[in-house]
Design a protein around this ligand. Structure first.
Ligand SMILES: *Cc1c(COP(=O)(O)O)cnc(C)c1O
Length: 458
């Protein structure tokens, strides 16, 4: 598959091009204005300001072109200005931008709900409700689970990331930067949130523990510390995102889902990052045949427009009284139009197959680099599924997290014109989330730079 086979109509040439040192003068000027007007608490990964973006390329205000291997955190899977998404948005804004679905409803919302019923795991009767952000979807999934079960407790896992609102901060595992800093805290946090041990194969103390055993370990902790009869929901990312692209051992998710069902606990899959073709399937839960009771979605759903959703079993979803769920902007008509177009593109271009292809190209390359580096390798593990891939970086010869090399690698890549993201509880994971419409030549070029960056640290 070449760039042309994916989309012949990119407006921007799919090539990286850096004109000397950056940030250039126009980005510097914007940085100065920003310093006087934008809150310091919101930080940016790159020092340049965006002028345009299309396919797998982001251009800045000084004329530099970068290869985007982050998709604005797994959002622009169909590209940042996909022609079909842009046309759908234009068409919708020409009619109405907002009425509020709770005031005067419209077809786009229903269309999205129908698509979600079709695409999410399981062939049971489903209902959906739409919101704006991933955190809002998670908050509402918890509200629904509590109302449906009449129970208070919610169990999240080590290394989890679920958002930045009060409840989702509590659900998120990592303190700095999400919950607190050495200077203070965003707390107090929401009550009745408990944490269970995750399956993190690379960092298990007992290397031989399998997925089912790791699930039993979590179940035991929940039974002993909370009691299953108090638990409304188990909330888990089938592949953890911010926590380090942690893929639990085979059997972990199915056993947890089975136990939740036995105990009347709502199993919520947070697929905000892993959903919509990212992992080479519509949802990451599918890789192990797990059918969640509720599923939260956002990021890749609408080609960059803000939209999120909770889809789930009709009897759980409809346990909430009319008026109990909603929000002014949730399921905005422009965002719904974008989602319908973006999902159409995912189907038409078979972006699940494309994600698998990207995964196999990148995995093969990174495994070869690790093998070639041998004893001096800082690659602890290459993992992930489809186009949700990560490299966990360690000190040579062991497993001690290597956060400084991780930072150096992302800086090296940026300097060469490749945007990559990092993550992980220990800040030692490079993650790859390229747009799924990236051409093979662009991907190859990006991987060349990443390989050179890794080698520069060995
Ligand atoms: C990004 C993310 C969220 C939060 O989404 P926002 O849109 O930033 O609120 C929740 N869960 C997971 C798994 C995420 O990756």
């Amino acid at each position: 598959m070449t760039t042309q086979a994916i989309d012949p109509q990119y407006r921007i040439e799919q090539k990286r091009r850096i004109n000397g040192a950056f940030p250039g003068p126009c980005s510097q000027e914007l940085a100065a204005r920003r310093a006087k007007s934008v809150a310091a608490g919101v930080a940016s990964g790159v020092p340049v300001y965006v002028a345009d973006a299309d396919g797998a390329i982001v251009t800045d205000v000084d004329g530099n072109s970068f290869i985007d291997l982050g998709s604005g955190i797994a959002v622009t899977s169909v590209g940042a200005s996909n022609a079909a998404v842009a046309a759908a948005v234009r068409e919708q804004v020409g009619h109405f931008t907002h009425t509020c679905f709770m005031v005067a409803p419209y077809e786009g919302y229903i269309e999205v709900a129908e698509l979600l019923a079709e695409l999410t795991p399981g062939d049971h009767e489903k209902r959906s409700v739409l919101f704006n952000s991933g955190a809002e979807a998670v908050e509402n999934a918890v509200k629904i689970a509590r109302m449906a079960t009449g129970r208070p407790a919610v169990v999240a896992f080590d290394h989890a990331y679920h958002g930045r609102t009060n409840l989702t901060m509590a659900l998120t595992a990592k303190a700095m930067p999400y919950k607190s800093s050495p200077a203070g805290t965003f707390g107090p946090f929401a009550p009745e949130v408990y944490r269970a041990p995750m399956s993190y194969p690379f960092r298990e103390e007992n290397e031989n523990i399998n997925g089912k055993e790791a699930a039993e370990r979590a179940i035991l902790a929940i039974e002993k510390q909370i009691g299953s009869e108090s638990v409304a929901a188990l909330l888990i990312e089938p592949i953890q995102g911010e926590g380090g692209f942690i893929v639990p051992a085979d059997g972990f998710l199915p056993r947890l889902a089975e136990w939740a069902q036995e105990k009347g606990i709502v199993f919520i899959a947070d697929e905000v990052q892993s959903g919509f073709c990212r992992t080479g399937d519509w949802f990451a839960a599918n890789h192990e045949g797990v059918v969640p009771d509720l599923i939260t979605m956002a990021k890749g759903i609408a080609g960059g427009m803000p939209l999120s959703a909770v889809t789930g079993r009709a009897e759980l979803m409809d346990a909430v009284h009319p008026g109990g769920l909603g929000g002014t902007y949730g399921g905005n008509p422009v965002a719904c139009a974008a989602a319908v177009a973006a999902i159409g593109i995912m189907k038409d271009l078979d972006l699940n197959a494309r994600a698998q292809h990207i995964g196999s190209v990148a995995m093969t390359r990174l495994h070869a680099v690790a093998a070639d580096l041998g004893d001096k390798s800082i690659i602890g593990e290459v993992r992930g599924r489809g186009a949700m891939l990560a490299i966990e970086l360690v000190m040579p010869g062991g497993k001690a997290p290597n956060a400084s090399a991780t930072k150096a690698i992302s800086e090296y890549c940026l300097k060469e014109g490749v945007i990559i993201l990092t993550c992980g509880t220990y800040g030692n994971v490079v993650r790859l989330l390229p747009p799924l419409v990236i051409g093979d030549d662009v991907l190859e070029d990006g991987l060349n730079v990443l390989e050179a960056a890794i080698r520069s640290q060995c």
